[in-house]
Design a protein around this ligand. Structure first.
Ligand code: GTQ
Length: 342
């Protein structure tokens, strides 16, 4: 029908006139609805990124940079700083004695500690000492600042849902009037009060972010050990645990789901895809990830991204542990989430 009418000069005039009125005929739209995006898989080997993080330390002071972060920008999203359509990922380095001044923003943020001890993040008045493998929560609009009290550089992965906030036109930012915020909650409080299978009787969750501000690797490892002893490995994901908001049983952020998985040496996983964008960071071990058509070698602290609806599979040479965050929480809330094995 439409093809025949295009030959008609009335139809041509109609098209020109409606376009001038900011109207577009739906029947002329190309593309239509199909899963996936133009976002491509990408992999950053820690061995090649690390020297550039150290170079950045010589070239820019923390004061100049506020946060010394190399954004892992997807090659399909040049100019955005984003790793996937819905997610930000960056590697942040902080030298002994430095602080990253306090601020807050509407995007939710997480840290996954990659290298070094002695650094802390202060979130919502609580100081959170961080060790490799720990996952730290920064809820939307919570004040946060970082410092390194150790004697070596500390590197962590920053994961944020910035594209969500930008998409909705709700990306607010505010600096704190001083470098650091007052610490008005005792160290360890969020874990002691909310992270012990007990919730204060009067606590009312806003249903958004978890009240537990740090999930230490020590506890994650113990849980993975127990899961592995129980022996129920998933054919795609191996032994995989989802970090839970203890007040709701759901995800730690309104937008982002966060997991840690262990793939035993010799594991060869089935192929899988989902509508989620997922960023992975190798906590330890070696192996391979097949992302779409390409297979990449994995070693400690590498970061890679699996875009929506692109098939992927894992193989472990030595025992491999992968931390990951994805936009699954947001997609589930909106009724979009789908996954497929094989
Ligand atoms: O450390 O607070 O990579 O606010 C991007 C935005 C890190 C941070 C990022 C941020 C931070």
């Amino acid at each position: 029908m439409a093809v025949a009418s295009r030959a008609n000069s009335d139809y041509g005039r109609f098209m020109d006139e409606v376009k001038d009125m900011s109207l577009f005929p739906l029947w002329e739209r190309v593309g239509g609805l199909k899963p996936g995006t133009a976002c491509v898989p990408a992999h950053w080997s820690y061995g090649t990124v690390r020297p550039h993080l150290l170079r950045a330390c010589e070239l820019v002071t923390k004061k100049e940079a506020s946060r010394r972060v190399l954004c892992l920008e997807n090659p399909s999203l040049r100019g955005t700083t984003f790793v996937a359509p819905s997610l930000f990922a960056g590697l942040q380095i902080i030298l002994p004695g430095e602080i990253a001044p306090s601020h807050r923003h509407t995007p939710s943020a997480l840290r996954f500690i990659v290298e070094g001890e002695g650094a802390y993040t202060a979130v919502a008045g609580e100081k959170l000492p961080m060790k490799p493998g720990d996952f730290v929560v920064t809820p939307a609009w919570a004040w946060h600042d970082h410092g390194n009290l150790g004697d070596k550089p500390v590197v962590w992965l920053d994961g944020l849902d910035t594209p969500f906030a930008r998409f909705f036109g709700a990306a607010f930012y505010e600096p704190y009037p001083e470098d650091t915020q007052p610490l008005n909650r005792p160290e360890g409080e969020s874990v002691a009060v909310y992270g012990a299978n007990l919730i204060p009787d009067e606590f009312h969750s806003d249903g958004h972010s978890t009240p537990v501000l740090i999930y230490t690797y020590e506890r994650t490892r113990a849980a993975l050990d127990s899961m592995a002893r129980a022996g129920k490995s998933h054919p795609v994901h191996g032994y995989r645990l989802r970090y839970a908001n203890p007040a709701t049983g759901k995800h730690p952020f309104p937008t982002m789901a966060v997991t840690m998985q262990r793939l035993p040496a010799g594991f060869a996983g089935q192929t899988y895809r989902s509508t989620g964008s997922a960023v992975f960071c190798v906590h330890k071990g070696t192996g391979r990830a097949t992302l779409g058509e390409e297979t990449v070698a994995l070693s400690a602290h590498d970061v890679f991204v699996a875009p929506p609806w692109v098939p992927y599979a894992f193989a472990a040479d030595s025992e491999l542990e992968l931390f990951s965050y994805s936009d699954r929480a947001g997609q589930e809330a909106l009724g979009y989430w789908r996954e497929q094995v094989g």
